[in-house]
Design a protein around this ligand. Structure first.
Ligand code: GDP
Ligand code: MN
Length: 388
């Protein structure tokens, strides 16, 4: 689950991570009032969307008066920002964060993820603040320093100091940087994050170490430990198809390709996506209908797939174990009858009740292409959508 920058900053501040003070605003008038309240000559008006790259897209403005704050807010609110993270359709700005401006001395980068190899959270630090970390990793991997830590013990002060020195934090600010990093690592664990990124972390001319930007993703598997996070959700920022899938307990993730996939089991779903790529197309989604899906869930899943205008063909690949092939067949038939099927549909069924499932599909007289195995299925759907 993703949240906005201002929500991340407030959560981090409550856990001892230094961030600039600010106000959430939804109108230009509120932005003007926020400028007056914050009381610093320089303030920053920032678009709140679940995507980075706002600065380059005109979504971050420095302002020096209440009037400037108001007009900057008017210029950003209601605008669709297109950044490298929003996709070409962009994201509509409905909220702003107005914060006290900082006199930046230098920008740095901090990022936190869970490293599967060491099975620990790892803090990454770089002197290349403001740049995308992927680019730094590709061009200057030696400029990314890392420290992993035991989540129970937290980041060791010595490791934090090694990173602070390594990225060139001035020696007089080292203690503050160490404190910042350790607080950030503590927050990462306490909030069950899957990702935290401070880009940029800044040192200021008046000797502060601050998070100028903050991005946090929560690990949904730990969602039950944080019922309070539900209030932080902004459904405007989420894919409507993913929201709908969530209501039916389906693991659905929208992707960029044109072949809709309905598969049971995450591993089989991944393999299906790979094989589609192998045969020259790309999946429009990841979807694991799970082991215990009902006819209603399968129908819902199928409708969600077909609601995606990018979808030029659908591949159903089910290995019936706990999931029964006839249940899948019933769901597919029900969905196809409800929504006019406008694209080719390839179905590969195997496992429990497969004969019953195949019979149902045949008896339905629907234009379904059947396939024997995964290769056959991928080849058939890729061929069917080619040139459409
Ligand atoms: P992003 O582009 O979506 O990652 O948004 P950021 O929050 O990272 O802001 C983009 C850039 O705006 C930063 O890298 C800074 O250079 C600049 N910026 C943001 N806040 C301030 C501030 O308080 N003072 C100054 N001088 N620049 C700022
Ligand atoms: Mn940023």
């Amino acid at each position: 689950m993703k949240i906005h920058e201002f929500q991340a900053k407030e959560l981090l501040r409550a856990r001892g991570v230094a961030t600039p003070r600010g106000r959430e605003c939804t109108t230009p008038e509120q932005a003007a009032a926020a400028y007056a309240e914050l009381g610093t000559p320089l303030c920053v008006v920032k678009a709140q969307i679940h995507a980075g790259g706002r600065g380059k897209a005109g979504g971050v403005k420095l302002v020096r008066s209440a009037d400037e704050a108001k007009s900057a807010a008017a210029g950003i609110l209601g605008r669709t920002l297109i950044t490298h993270q929003t996709g070409p359709q962009g994201q509509l700005v409905r909220r702003l964060w107005v914060e006290q401006g900082s006199a930046i001395a230098k920008e740095y980068y901090l990022g936190l993820v869970v490293d599967r190899e060491s099975r620990r959270p790892v803090l990454m630090a770089s002197s290349e603040g403001g740049m995308e970390i992927e680019e730094v990793a590709a061009k200057h991997p030696e400029k990314i320093l890392k420290a992993s830590f035991d989540p129970q013990a937290g980041l060791a002060a010595a490791d934090a100091a090694r990173l602070a020195k390594g990225i060139g934090i001035p020696v007089e600010l080292e203690a503050r940087a160490v404190e910042f990093m350790r607080a950030l690592c503590g927050a990462f664990v306490a909030l069950d994050c899957s990702l935290a990124e401070i880009n940029p972390l800044v040192t200021t001319k008046d000797g502060q170490v601050l998070a100028l930007d903050a991005k946090i993703n929560f690990d949904d598997n730990a969602g039950f430990r944080h019922p309070e996070f539900e209030a932080l959700r902004d459904l405007h920022e989420e894919d409507p198809k993913e929201i709908e899938a969530g209501k039916f307990g389906l693991s659905y993730i929208a992707l960029d390709g044109d072949i809709g996939c309905m598969v049971n089991g995450a591993g089989l779903a991944m393999a299906t996506m790979d094989v589609i790529q192998l045969y020259g197309s790309a999946p429009a989604n990841f979807l694991d209908v799970g082991g215990g899906a009902t006819k209603e869930n399968v129908t819902a899943a199928f409708k969600i797939i077909l609601s995606d205008p990018k979808v030029k063909g659908v591949l159903v690949n089910i290995f019936g174990g706990i999931m029964k092939c006839d249940t899948i067949a019933e769901g597919v038939i029900a969905a196809v009858r409800e929504v006019a099927l406008r694209v080719p549909l390839v179905v590969r069924l195997e496992g429990t009740n497969v004969e019953k499932g195949r019979q149902l599909l045949m008896d339905s007289k629907l234009p379904i292409i059947t396939a024997g195995d995964l290769d056959d299925a991928a080849a058939k759907i890729c061929k069917a959508v080619a040139g459409r």
